[in-house]
Design a protein around this ligand. Structure first.
Ligand SMILES: [Zn+2]
Length: 686
């Protein structure tokens, strides 16, 4: 992947300017020069410019395809003026393009509007699979990139999310499926086929948009909001220059951390767009800078870029106080840039989140079930275990670099992954498969056997038919930190019979109690009889280990806060990977992310290992309010241990550059970090 200016575009701002046709007084305070100055004063390197808003209007003069906003002051070309003023100051202009909503198109082409199952039009939402794309949108995009020097184009709402019953969708799906109708709901037998068709159709839409832009201007960086996130785990196509998502507002610290742990290994620059709003786009409140600094910290730790969002008034203005808080947030980013340039992620633990995750027949959906992925990220983060979520392509390519791999209920495994994993375990890898991993064939039908049977040493004998069951941990190596009781897990359990002599059983699978009518005692049942099957097995294979959990502990943790399983998983990793490259001890957990900075980018010309410590604690969202951290409680007395034969030449705490207390003994460097406020990096120079 060739590097582009985008790789070092660390500090970006985004301002919504969605303007309905009835927005009078539009752009009354528009002053492109002053605006560019204010963006620069807020420490940004780049800012959004609107090419088409969420009401379908543009704010420029050139070309003929666009619908100009009816109240755009006569002769004013806002797009041209902004780009010129920004470029004059060395700032980049990031074009925003809303792909579906449009007042004027809904008026002029009512048959292009999306339709419900009963044929009712869906407001202003224009179907991307209608003639819109070819007859209007691609020419419009072409008009923008050929007339205006946008440096990037960011498309919003360009993914499959629900069935549309417009004439175009009906015709196109019927043609593709041999005459099937667009399903009304998930119960329709054609549903899986329809979802696959629509996902592919939207891939083509995105491809044609990229192609149209790059035919004229190959240098323009194209990004698509929310595409290629864990909820839509597709392989990123070549035309996509960057990954962006305006994350959900409930907890932007967690969301940014989660998304970054997946995007970090996708080999694209990525932006996690947090927002200054107190609730969501469209409210006019503003978080304190400290809250936003905490939100961007995990993103930076994972090597991401920041693009903080807010909105401007219809007059084209943003309150100075808001610009001030955004400026402080970006100053926090700038202070850390010497730690970000030329650094790359160091793989340690992988969690597979397959691109095939939405194919198991029972839960085909446009957005995959992220329960296991989110649970895995939360569980491992809180256990201070550095990790990445990866899809199967990344896993295959980088397998030798990982010490441990989790396969959390990954029902379809690519056939070529199976021998690769076996070879890797033999050479010392730790594999942990859970639940129904590897039980589907290429057509996503149940095979009745584990693809990993030979490696795990267990045979698949069926599925427990209740919504929950119990882990009864019998091996005391897994119990430290847990309560002495069976642990309820709300997850799908498999019955797995050990078939190799060297399989150890570390926990029993206990069923839930059932009444005489076959129901749970209450919504959940107390622990019932032993199932006759193990809940956790462990087998030595060559220099490595192959472990199995009959139910997915990550999903169970996410579904019910089953915290005991967090310790069980961490204890298992401690047992099988006793000497991890980095270990952290702290009175309260910190997110730990390990990166390596090349000698060319490090300040003293020597390669550095960077251990990012992020303090995610603070605030407590209640009653539907979202997280907004006003105070940080520093985590004090942190100890970081790194394995390296040679004594480091220098250890510092960044970005301040302080020299901590540290020692090197018998291949272990121990660093004492007095306190972690929001984000501290232990920089260890070779
Ligand atoms: Zn449609």
């Amino acid at each position: 992947m060739p590097t582009s200016w985008y790789d070092t575009s660390f500090r970006k701002l985004f301002f919504d300017f969605h303007s309905a046709g009835a927005a009078v007084g539009l752009a009354a305070r528009f002053d492109a020069e002053r605006w560019a100055e204010r963006v620069q004063e807020a420490n940004a390197q780049a800012v959004s410019v609107f090419t088409k808003c969420g009401f379908g209007y543009s704010f420029y003069q050139k070309g003929t395809v666009r619908y100009q906003h009816p109240h755009l002051p006569a002769g004013l070309d806002m797009l041209e003026a902004q780009i010129t003023a920004l470029h004059k100051r060395g700032l980049r202009a990031l074009g925003y393009y809303h792909t579906f909503n449009s007042e004027p198109i809904a008026r002029d082409h009512p048959n292009w509007i999306e339709r419900d199952a009963d044929g009712k039009p869906r407001g202003l939402s224009i179907c991307l699979l209608s003639p819109l794309l070819v007859e209007w949108m691609l020419p419009h995009v072409e008009e923008i990139v050929t007339n205006y020097a946008v440096d990037a184009l960011f498309f919003d709402g360009t993914y499959a999310h629900s069935p549309c019953h417009c004439a175009a969708c009906q015709t196109r799906f019927a043609e593709a499926s041999g005459g099937l109708a667009v399903p009304k709901d998930k119960q329709d037998p054609a549903w899986p086929r329809f979802v696959a068709w629509k996902l592919a159709a939207l891939q083509e839409v995105r491809q044609s948009v990229c192609d149209t832009i790059h035919r004229h201007r190959p240098e323009v960086v194209v990004a698509v909001n929310w595409a290629y996130t864990p909820r839509m785990p597709e392989v990123v196509p070549a035309g996509l220059g960057a990954l962006v998502a305006d994350i959900h507002p409930d907890d932007q610290v967690f969301e940014g951390s989660y998304l970054s742990s997946y995007w970090a290994l996708l080999e694209r620059p990525f932006d996690v767009m947090n927002a200054a709003f107190l609730q969501w786009w469209g409210d006019w409140g503003c978080k304190p800078a400290l809250a936003m600094q905490q939100e961007v910290a995990p993103v930076l730790a994972h090597g991401g870029l920041t693009w903080v969002g807010y909105q401007m008034t219809h007059e084209f203005d943003v309150a100075p106080a808001v610009m001030g808080e955004l400026g402080k947030t970006l100053a926090f980013v700038r202070e850390r840039e010497p730690l970000l340039v030329g650094a790359e992620s160091v793989p340690h633990v992988a969690v597979l989140h397959s691109t095939e995750a939405n194919h198991p027949q029972e839960e085909v959906a446009f957005f995959v079930n992220e329960g296991s992925a989110r649970g895995a990220h939360r569980l491992l983060t809180e256990s201070m275990i550095p990790h990445h979520l990866v899809h199967e392509q990344t896993l295959r390519e980088r397998l030798p670099e990982f010490g441990a791999v989790f396969l959390p209920d990954q029902r379809y495994l690519q056939p070529e992954l199976v021998p690769a994993l076996a070879e890797w375990v033999e050479a010392g890898g730790v594999l942990v498969a859970t639940a129904l991993t590897g039980t589907l064939d290429d057509d996503h039908r149940d095979t009745g056997r584990f693809a990993l049977e030979g490696l795990l040493g267990i045979r698949y004998e069926g599925v427990y038919d209740q919504s929950h069951a119990y882990f009864e941990v019998t091996d005391t190596r897994l119990t430290p930190g847990t309560l002495d009781m069976p642990h309820l897990a709300e997850a799908k359990f498999a019955f797995a019979r050990p078939v190799a002599e060297d399989v150890e059983c570390l926990a029993r699978l206990r069923k839930a109690y059932l009444r005489s009518d076959g129901q749970s005692l209450l919504r959940w049942s107390p622990v019932g009889e032993d199932s006759g099957y193990p809940a956790i097995t462990l087998r030595p294979v060559g220099k490595g280990w192959a472990a199995y959990f009959a139910g997915d502990p990550f999903r169970a943790y996410q579904a019910k806060n089953q915290w005991n399983l967090k310790h069980v998983v961490a204890n298992l990793l401690r047992l099988t990977l006793p000497d991890p490259p980095v270990e952290v001890e702290a009175p309260a957990w910190l997110e730990v992310v390990v990166r390596r900075q090349s000698a060319a980018s490090a300040p003293d010309g020597g390669e550095r290992l960077l251990v990012h410590l992020v303090n995610q604690h603070g605030d407590r969202p209640v009653d539907g309010n979202y997280r907004c951290t006003e105070q940080i409680v520093p985590v004090q007395g942190v100890v970081v241990r790194l394995r390296s034969e040679a004594r480091p030449s220098r250890v510092t705490l960044e970005p301040a550059g302080a020299v901590p207390e540290w020692e090197h003994e018998r291949g272990v460097t121990t660093v004492h970090v007095p306190a972690v406020d929001i984000h501290t990096v232990v920089a260890v120079a070779a």
